[in-house]
Design a protein around this ligand. Structure first.
Ligand SMILES: [Fe+2]
Length: 124
């Protein structure tokens, strides 16, 4: 989340002459950190789901896979064209709305399931 915030600010900054401009090299680092952060987070969730035999594991994992594909595509566009506007649009119009929806549906359902499983362990 911290990386997402830093990256979003960095690509927005380039658009306003009043705010200091971030060089492409700095955005490169943030894009790489963002990709790693998302991958690690998805892997963490997938491990938890697998360990807890979450019933909708494959559906949840598929949502992650599709989003990672999108992220890799936008990273590739960034690496090739250094197009801040494409990066900004992706974050604002694709990633953030997806994340909000994903957290309130898949992640919440997963967390509720795992917590309920834990509750069952304590009741046994
Ligand atoms: Fe998730």
């Amino acid at each position: 989340m911290r990386i997402l915030k830093l990256l979003t600010h960095a690509v927005l900054r380039g658009f306003s002459p009043q705010i200091s401009y971030k060089p492409n090299e700095e955005i490169d680092k943030l894009v790489n950190a963002f990709v790693e952060d998302v991958k690690n987070h998805f892997s963490f969730e997938e491990e938890l789901m697998e360990k807890n035999h979450f019933f909708a594991y494959h559906i949840h994992r598929e949502e992650h896979r599709k989003m990672l594909e999108e992220i890799n595509r936008i990273k590739e566009v960034w690496d090739r064209k250094k197009d801040r506007s494409a990066l900004r649009s992706f974050l604002k119009e694709v990633f953030v709305p997806w994340l909000l929806h994903h957290v309130t549906t898949m992640d919440t359902a997963t967390a509720n399931y795992i917590v309920s499983q834990m509750g069952l362990i304590f009741l046994k």
